[in-house]
Design a protein. Structure first.
Length: 293
């Protein structure tokens, strides 16, 4: 183990995540030959195989995965020591990066940026679109500080903090007279409706479960890519309804249908990689975001 230092541990964790030496070399800004040297020293240091070469890349062994969790704990302790100096947000000059889904971008980000601007004038905020397949890698590699999204879509390997519980509401175009009265499940189920691509099966399952057999087999008149596309869509297709988070309906000034039943609820959470658990900046940012909900 005398040959293994902090740099080796970080490279090892990147190799476990990426399973591709060329990609890790590009991310680290060093040559692939240097990565091969790190990999050789890592292999020489341990009595068991750590990677198997396959056509798809480097496959970490069970021993390597156990080792990765131990290295992460060691590096978290090291990062805690390095980040233990006093933190003054007003003296910071830097960018913080937040991965946020569309809900967070519309309902939370304006308040978050306002709070950051006043607490830390030298800090600017960069927002990156949430992607279920890549958000964990962004925070693991240090390319983003935190993630805000629907709890069910956040990677299980991240540290999570609940932010709020949200509820879906029904919105309608101005031509739909049902918006004038309290609507039942039967009323809602008979109407043409819009679906959203980013919600996937989770969103559809929640709504279908709420409506039971009433809407069985009915297809949406359209599947939109985002919530912001809905308002202009309803201006033309004014007999159509949709279910959106209540905060989105409020922010986008949509016409809400009063219901005589309870729509499904869901949780919004904040998440980060455990390697940043001791970071004063991360702690401050989490507190700022928590104060905005």
């Amino acid at each position: 183990m005398d040959k293994i230092d902090i740099k080796h541990m970080r490279v090892f964790l990147q190799l476990v995540r990426e399973r591709n030496a060329s990609k890790v070399a590009a991310q680290a800004g060093i040559s692939q030959q240097a990565i091969s040297g790190y990999l050789k020293r890592l292999r020489d240091a341990f009595p068991h195989e750590i990677f198997l070469r396959q056509s798809s890349g480097l496959q970490p062994t069970d021993f390597a995965l156990e080792l990765a969790s131990k290295f992460e704990r060691v590096l978290a302790e090291v990062d805690d020591l390095l980040d233990s100096q006093p933190f003054d947000p007003r003296g910071e000059q830097r960018t913080v990066t937040i991965v946020a889904n569309e809900y967070a971008q519309l309902a939370l980000v304006p308040k978050i940026v306002f709070a950051v601007r006043h607490a830390a004038p030298g800090v600017d905020v960069r927002i990156v679109d949430f992607d279920q397949g890549t958000h964990a890698d962004l925070v693991a590699q240090g390319d983003a500080d935190v993630v805000i999204g629907f709890a069910d879509f956040l990677n299980d390997g991240l540290v999570k903090r609940p932010l709020r519980e949200e509820v879906y509401c029904c919105v309608a175009g101005k031509g739909e007279v049902i918006a004038e009265a309290k609507a039942s499940v039967e009323d809602i189920a008979r109407l043409p409706f819009v679906d959203f691509a980013h919600g996937g099966s989770h969103f559809r399952d929640a709504i279908d479960s709420m409506l039971g057999t009433q809407r069985h087999g009915k297809r949406p008149v359209a599947t939109l890519p985002c919530y912001t596309a809905l308002q202009p869509f309803l201006q033309t297709n004014d007999d159509v309804i949709a279910f959106v988070p209540a905060d989105i309906a409020h922010v986008c000034q949509m016409r809400v249908v009063e219901l005589d039943f309870q729509p499904p609820r869901f949780n919004v959470s904040l998440a980060w990689h455990r390697r940043a658990s001791g970071s004063p900046l991360r702690k401050w940012l989490v507190d700022v975001i928590g104060g905005c909900v």
